[in-house]
Design a protein around this ligand. Structure first.
Ligand SMILES: C[S@@+](CC[C@H](N)C(=O)[O-])C[C@H]1O[C@@H](n2cnc3c(N)ncnc32)[C@H](O)[C@@H]1O
Length: 196
């Protein structure tokens, strides 16, 4: 059986349910602080940049940590309009709406004009098409960070194609994903900072 159709709805439902208990929602976000911190270093993000995050979910923790830890402004998109509505409300409650914009959109086609980097959530799919779009539409030096699922979860999450050459990688000790990969359009742009 292909568990993708089980795991993804469960995660989406969990995020939705946790919003009813803000303390639990914050607890759910916490492990991703280190994940995003490493991704910020890998991408070499600088304060003031404007970044796109693909796959906001109902609790847009990646967008929140990107904004807080890197001092960037973020547009987080989701293909699911219910998630967009809930994420907007959560951002409004946290009083972060001036720095984090939540929009309905598909990572396979969302315009990248004005963004310097994109961060792709583990559950965003299909990764091949999303990355192909970002690499095609982004300017030279555009950085893309994508979370690569562990091999044992390859039936549940869309994988970054193995034979696609990435310019950087940082290990992530998470149950479902093992690393974050850096792709840089035409191999130019901001030099990634050393990762710890
Ligand atoms: C459950 S969330 C987890 C993300 C998490 N909240 C974060 O901040 O990283 C993953 C989301 O990706 C969305 N998604 C999947 N494929 C997508 C695509 N092609 N474009 C935009 N969003 C997508 C799903 O609708 C889902 O809400």
């Amino acid at each position: 059986m292909n568990n993708r159709w089980i795991i993804s709805p469960v995660v989406r439902a969990t995020e939705k349910a946790l919003l009813a208990v803000p303390a639990l929602a914050r607890l759910y976000m916490a492990p991703y602080k280190t994940v995003v911190q490493k991704e910020i270093k890998l991408a070499g993000l600088r304060p003031g940049e404007r970044v796109l995050q693909i796959g906001a979910g109902s609790i847009p923790f990646s967008a929140i940590y990107l904004m807080k830890l890197a001092d960037v402004s973020v547009c987080a998109i989701d293909i699911d309009r219910g998630a967009v509505r809930r994420a907007r409300e959560w951002i409004r409650r946290l009083q972060l709406a001036d720095r984090i914009q939540i929009e309905a959109g598909d990572g396979r086609s969302f315009p990248v004009h004005g963004f310097t980097a994109a961060f792709v959530a583990l559950q965003a799919e299909p990764k091949r098409e999303i990355l192909a779009h970002l690499l095609r539409a982004g300017p030279d030096g555009f950085r893309i960070i994508a979370r690569q699922p562990r091999k044992k979860f390859s039936s549940q999450y869309s994988m970054v194609p193995k034979n696609w050459q990435h310019q950087g990688e940082i290990k992530q000790p998470m149950i479902t994903f093992s690393s974050s990969l850096l792709f840089t359009k035409n191999g130019v742009g901001a030099k990634p900072q050393p990762t710890g």
